[in-house]
Design a protein around this ligand. Structure first.
Ligand code: NAP
Length: 454
């Protein structure tokens, strides 16, 4: 299937879309470059006005936009609506702070005047995934547009209506035609696009192979990239933790977005002393989860986004069971059409498990037991990924150790990992490089120009 909306709850092909021809694609790139020449001259005040208007449109039509996302990728509608609200928040954040984040910084030198000036790079290509169809795009678009760049969006092929809706929101908000365009193209067009000298940089959120492919193409062209890739985030629980809070949060942190979040907690690493109690409480909460139609208000878990994601999860759970792990609950598909998979807990994972180091992109929790914090840190760091991490302990010395020793882009103590416009977001190791959000996010796609005046 090419570019299409396919309802993951039913398998119904709702709408198909023609990919852009090469000539249409060339026109859009030309328009982007042309627009940039004018757009770069607009003031922060003007851009801020447009971005506030976009935030207002998002708020006003959050139910409708939420329904588009749920239809296309199956997240519960209440979560989709909350995602639209968060997009409005990131728009307002950068609309209000970009001028301050990008103002000239005086240098401490012996020149009569020296300073750093931040200037836009030009056309930036964003390759985005389907799991947060609005949020992933707005967290790129808001800072990029405020910095004076223009954007081209290659969204995932299964969320074309979300992609087109975002372009429309920004146009309606007043941004010039060409400041932000959606390209309905397949992944095979991305590497050739990077050869176009008008495209100055790119950002990709998605899988490791996609990130590696984009980075290779950008590398040969000497272009800047930001990569936000996969994760297998640890969620560590030590004996001093508030166990009730840890268990409730564990369920939310694993099940968010039907388990398909890069920063979902995926490996639960629990101290032996409390492991039986944690496991029993987690199991009880899993039994309460309601799997069903994502459009219904009381649904906790909807379908996985595509048959391919479902197939990956089915195979991974089979493979880890073959390694000797035990399936405590779930481990199967429910009797219904669509890409559903039951909430699953895997325990007794062998020490040398290969699957135990992989990312499970669905509602599957891997539960590990450890003797002490040394073992917890070793296990937490024992994957190729380094995106997020959450550690639950009320012992200040242990908190400090987790903050210092966990190899990840963030450490959340007694809380689940979340992205927040006010703080940078990104990973290390095979989770990628560069940062989105915060002041760091808006400074990724700018020329940091040094000025010296004698
Ligand atoms: P994916 O296959 O990599 O798709 C993501 C985007 O990349 C889509 O637009 C896709 O287009 C495009 N793409 C695929 N192959 C490409 C290639 N060779 N060159 C250029 N573009 C390519 O990822 P996914 O499987 O849909 O998403 C799940 C993964 O994304 C997970 O690993 C998850 O952890 C990660 N993720 C990370 C973050 C983060 O912030 N770190 C956030 C969300 C998701 P098509 O749809 O046309 O193939």
């Amino acid at each position: 299937m090419g570019i299409a909306t396919i309802n993951p709850a039913t398998g119904e092909v709702v709408k198909t879309f023609e990919a852009l021809t090469d000539a249409e694609l060339a026109e859009k790139v030309a328009l982007a470059q042309e627009t940039f020449e004018q757009y770069r001259e607009t003031s922060f005040e003007q851009r801020s006005h447009w971005l506030h208007a976009a935030a207002n449109i998002l708020d006003a039509e959050k139910e409708a936009f939420g329904q588009v996302m749920t239809l296309e990728m199956g997240k519960p509608l209440k979560a989709a609506i909350a995602e639209v609200e968060k997009c409005a928040m990131v728009c307002r954040f950068y609309a209000d702070h970009a001028a301050e984040f990008l103002k000239d910084v005086p240098g401490q030198t012996d020149a009569s005047k020296s300073f750093v000036r931040y200037q836009p790079l030009g056309v930036v290509l964003a390759v985005m995934p389907w799991n947060f169809p609005f949020w992933q795009v707005f967290r790129f678009a808001a800072p990029a547009l405020m910095a004076g760049n223009v954007g081209l969006l290659k969204h995932a092929s299964n969320v074309p209506q979300s992609a087109l809706a975002i372009e429309d929101i920004l146009l309606q908000a007043g941004f010039p035609q060409g400041a932000f365009q959606t390209l309905l193209i397949g992944a095979n067009k991305v590497a050739p696009l990077m050869e176009d000298p008008r495209i100055k940089a790119a950002t990709l959120t998605g899988s490791e192979p996609a990130g590696a492919s984009l980075a290779a193409a950008a590398g040969t062209q000497i272009k800047k990239v930001v990569l936000e890739l996969g994760g297998s985030d640890p969620f560590i629980v030590m004996p001093s933790a508030d166990l009730e809070a840890a268990v409730s949060t564990a369920v939310t942190a694993r099940m968010i977005n039907n388990g398909q979040s890069c920063i979902a907690a995926k490996r639960f690493i629990v101290a032996d002393a409390i492991a039986d109690e944690f496991e029993a409480k987690l199991l009880a909460k899993y039994k309460e989860l309601k799997v069903g139609d994502p459009m219904l208000p009381d649904t906790d878990i909807g379908p996985l986004a595509t048959p391919a994601i479902l197939q990956d999860i089915v195979q991974q759970v089979e493979a880890i069971a073959q390694e000797g792990a035990k399936i405590l609950i779930g481990g199967a598909r429910p009797e219904r059409p669509g890409n559903y998979y039951l909430p699953t807990i895997v325990t007794s994972i062998p020490d040398d498990s290969k699957l135990g180091k992989e990312e499970f992109f669905g509602p599957v929790a891997l539960l590990f037991r450890v003797g002490d914090s040394d073992a917890a840190i070793r296990l937490a760091n024992g994957t190729p990924f380094g995106l997020g991490s959450s550690a639950w302990t009320n012992d200040p010395a242990e908190q400090e150790r987790f903050i210092n020793e966990i190899e990840a882009g963030c450490v959340f103590i007694n809380s689940m990992v979340k992205s927040d416009p006010r703080l940078p977001f990104g990973g290390i190791k095979r989770s990628g490089f560069g940062r989105e959000l915060g002041i760091q996010g808006i400074q990724e796609f700018v020329n940091i120009k040094t000025v010296w005046v004698k």
